[in-house]
Design a protein around this ligand. Structure first.
Ligand code: PRP
Length: 243
């Protein structure tokens, strides 16, 4: 596929060998370019900034990332790296379909959507828990089907299926905590990090289901053809874990 992309360079960028990219202007062969560069999808937001700091400390820096607030794609030509900021829950889609060779995704997303990717490393960032939570005075006596509101329907179904409990799964997309308050559900299955959202809504953890953290993932075909580069990055990041 031929795509028009304009490469913007400033003098500093030329000297340093990096550039930032916007998709208008000069034509480039995107397929060929994609093969030459290692494409890395990072989760946009606070977690992504910490993840990028690990890549940088491991020697895979891309200074343009720090100098542009609205751009989403950045390259370090010298090192053959191209980073993208994408919505955290979309990272595994980019990696599974090969638009990114590797990326960083939460274990929650990997368990929920089961993308066909390699999971290479637990980065130990973004640690939280997947938990069942509900009103403090709610007790599940098993007398009727349990109504469970969640973004993570597969994780919830898997958990309750595993303990033989019938549930009615109610799929929501956010602000899950208000479901039991308004009587939409009995409990929720959701991520708990600091616990403050539960606390401020008079809910409590009933059961912890799984620990969650950010994982380095790779596209299976890319791993086959770019094994050395991907393994070097994974090793560089693994070394950061010790610090
Ligand atoms: C997540 C999760 C909880 C909250 C937990 O929501 O769904 O609502 O974080 O964090 P805490 O334990 O530190 O309070 P997110 O911020 O992703 O927004 P959402 O409601 O749109 O899912």
């Amino acid at each position: 596929m031929i795509c028009a992309a304009r490469v913007h360079r400033n003098e500093k960028g030329k000297e340093r060998g990096w550039r930032d990219v916007s998709f208008a202007g000069e034509k480039r062969n995107q397929e060929g370019d994609r093969r030459a560069m290692l494409n890395i999808a990072l989760p946009k937001g606070r977690l992504g900034e910490r993840v990028y700091a690990m890549f940088e400390a491991a020697g895979y820096e891309c200074p343009a990332i720090k100098e542009n607030s609205r751009k989403l794609i950045f390259e370090n030509e010298v090192k053959g790296l191209r980073y993208f900021w994408v919505k955290p829950s979309d990272v595994s889609i980019y990696v599974e379909r090969g638009a990114a060779d590797m990326g960083v995704a939460g274990k929650d997303i990997l368990l929920e959507y089961e993308p066909d990717v390699y999971e290479l490393l637990d980065l130990g960032l973004g640690k939280c828990r997947m938990a069942v939570a509900g009103p403090k005075d709610f007790y599940d006596d098993g007398s009727r089907t349990l109504r469970v509101a969640t973004k993570f329907t597969n994780i919830a179904s898997g958990y309750y299926g595993g303990i033989g409990r019938d549930i009615d799964v109610i799929k929501l997309n956010g602000s899950i905590e208000i479901a039991p308050i308004l009587g939409l559900s009995d409990v929720i299955v959701d991520i708990v990090e600091t616990g403050s959202t539960l606390k401020e809504n008079n809910l409590e953890v009933k059961t912890e289901i799984l620990p969650i953290s950010a994982r380095l993932i790779a596209n299976k075909a890319a791993f086959k053809f770019k094994t050395g580069r991907i393994e070097s990055i994974a090793e560089g990041l693994r070394r950061q874990l010790a610090f």
